[in-house]
Design a protein around this ligand. Sequence first.
Ligand SMILES: [Mg+2]
Length: 233
Amino acid sequence: MVRAILTDIEGTTSSISFVKEVLFPYAAHYLPAYVREHADEPVVAEQLQAVRVAIKEPEADTDRVIAVLLNWIREDRKATPLKTLQGMVWKHGYQSGAYQAHVYPDAAQKLREWHAQGLPIYIYSSGSIAAQKLFFKYSGAGDLTPLFSGYFDTTTGPKQEQASYAAIVQAIGLPAQEILFLSDVAAELDAAKAAGLQTCWLVRPQDNPQNPAVCAQGPHPAVTSFNEIRVNP
Ligand SMILES: [Mg+2]
């Protein structure tokens, strides 16, 4: 019996390439102008100050801080001030219609069906909760946020650790074995299964070169789209 769904985003509901090929380049391109334009706003000023502290250059001017941020993007550094500023630039991009988040049609349709059946749906992604909400609010499949009962990010814990799933089970308030976790990453599924959740491996040919039939021989049922996921048949 499945009484709640917990799903990953990248490679699961959505293509990996949208984040890599659209979101990150957009942030890199517009971050300098955005920072210069909004440098006096408290939230932005706070992030710039955090960068100065991190690099131990209290006198660094805005141009220097921007150069550091761009370098952090190239290094894929997960620094909080960078993530916060990227989030602000992405929000601006979504709101201005520069792009819409990608959601596979099969995923959007199934999520709507499950929601209509009264199944609570939760998101667990390494992107911040604020970024997750923007993603689904401005998706190519429309505003999907009304479908979700809650969001989890890495403030709950890393996605490949059993304890993170135990914490999510606590927060959802259902027995672990009644929660179905969907992901494209085997190590995440392993951690969820160890915490007692049901699992399903999304092996989308667009995102994952592995053979789904081979994947299905492992401990997790494997599917190539949400259409193949059977919940309480
Ligand atoms: Mg993923």
